[in-house]
Design a protein around this ligand. Structure first.
Ligand SMILES: [Zn+2]
Ligand SMILES: [Zn+2]
Length: 160
């Protein structure tokens, strides 16, 4: 059985839900011009179902046990280059990866790092102001590609 098939078997017993997540992963790979491999598809599914940024160990936890960690690292790097995912540093300085809803809006939301539990979240409801970079008055010899805003504090779960 393929990684993806085994993954599907553990993720959902509802065949219709399996079809929709796998076909979405296939569509994303196709759009990025990437060949579809079981690991690529499975990583996209894991990130899509998580809804919040995950570190490599957390991604591996959700994949079949024999999945090669190096392949997963390489896959996430490829996805980052192709803008299928965006990444943000967690409180332990390791990267967390999140599926980008739309490649053109990838960096327009800030991220939140909870200093109590270490959770990293995409704040998709919040927007980085369009004139944010200009407002920083960075010297003109620097060419700024995009801002990355990471907010630190206490998440709602730890607040209660
Ligand atoms: Zn927290
Ligand atoms: Zn995000």
């Amino acid at each position: 059985m393929s990684v993806l098939a085994r993954y599907n078997a553990t993720v959902s017993s509802d065949p219709e839900q399996q079809v929709s997540v796998t076909s979405r992963a296939a569509a994303l790979l196709h759009r990025a011009g990437l060949r579809r491999t079981p690991v690529r598809a499975a990583v996209l599914i894991v990130l899509g179902e998580s809804g919040q940024p995950l570190g490599v160990p957390q991604v591996l936890e959700r994949l079949p046990h024999d999945t090669d960690a190096v392949t997963v690292y390489r896959t996430l790097n490829t996805f980052t280059q192709k803008q299928l995912v965006h990444r943000v540093h967690g409180e332990d300085r390791t990267w967390r990866y999140a599926l980008s809803a739309d490649a053109t809006t990838r960096h327009e939301h800030p991220h939140f790092v909870c200093d109590a539990c270490g959770t990293v979240e995409c704040l998709e409801q919040s927007e980085i102001p369009k004139d944010f970079i200009r407002s920083l008055h960075v010297a003109s010899r620097y060419s700024v590609h995009y801002p990355e805003v990471v907010l630190h504090g206490v998440c709602p779960k730890c607040h209660d």
